[in-house]
Design a protein around this ligand. Structure first.
Ligand code: HEC
Length: 197
């Protein structure tokens, strides 16, 4: 009598196949930059969760029309990479400066609205503009600025001089896209009215 493979056998074959492909995908890094990237891999999941936990109090995110996983990952990167040290001025609210031993209160009122001066250079307002574009940049322009240090709106040959684009620009396109998505979700603010060092 001929034996047909039982359902159970087929299911376990399918599981073995899925597991093997998942292994290949993570070995080749496909989980992060492959077609499934927006679903996030397991590594992303803990960062996404942490990302939402560390959005500074007072910074209200607008998730409408945004990719939630990318926003969370973007928050994780932005809020653990020193962006606020240079792009929020002052970085902390009065009485909330961790460098003075005070319990941290991020300056939500100026969150990422720029205005910190480095000699002749002033950090940019990287909150969304009236059209919802962070720093007024499209995603393609944002990726180009981070990768090359050149803002396509500046005269040819101009390079950002303070912004650590040579290091931040080495991140994966997935990570840079997540930063952009997070910046799309934060409140839009006018340029910092009181720039300073
Ligand atoms: C060491 C200070 C510093 C840090 C850290 C920093 N930036 Fe900047 N960034 C600047 C300054 C200053 C400028 C203005 C141009 C320049 O560098 O000359 C700038 C410019 C930019 C621009 C270009 C805006 C435009 O319109 O061209 C973007 C986008 C940006 N920063 C995003 C970020 C993000 C996101 C982070 C964190 C991952 C970050 N920056 C961290 C100092 C910093």
């Amino acid at each position: 009598m001929k034996r047909h493979p039982g359902i159970g056998q087929r299911v376990s074959l399918a599981i073995a196949f899925a597991a093997a492909s998942a292994l290949c995908a993570s070995a080749s890094g496909e989980g992060r930059d492959g077609p499934d990237r927006d679903r996030g891999d397991r590594h992303d999941q803990s960062q996404i969760k942490r990302g939402f936990e560390i959005v500074p109090p007072g910074v209200a995110l607008n998730l409408v029309g945004k990719n939630r996983a990318l926003v969370g990952l973007g928050s994780y990167i932005v809020n653990t990479s020193g962006c606020i040290d240079c792009h929020s001025h002052p970085s902390y609210a009065p009485g909330g400066d961790p460098f003075q031993g005070q319990p941290e209160i991020v300056n939500a009122a100026q969150y990422l609205s720029g205005g910190r001066q480095f000699g002749p250079f002033t950090s940019a307002n990287i909150t969304p503009d009236y059209a919802g574009k962070p720093a007024g940049l499209t995603l393609a322009e944002f990726l180009a600025v981070l990768r090359t240090g050149h803002d396509p709106k500046d005269p040819p040959g101009t390079l950002l001089q303070v912004m650590p684009w040579p290091t931040f620009g080495k991140k994966t396109e997935h990570d840079l896209t997540a930063i952009y998505e997070y910046l799309r979700a934060i409140p839009s603010l006018p340029n910092n009215p009181n720039p300073g060092p």
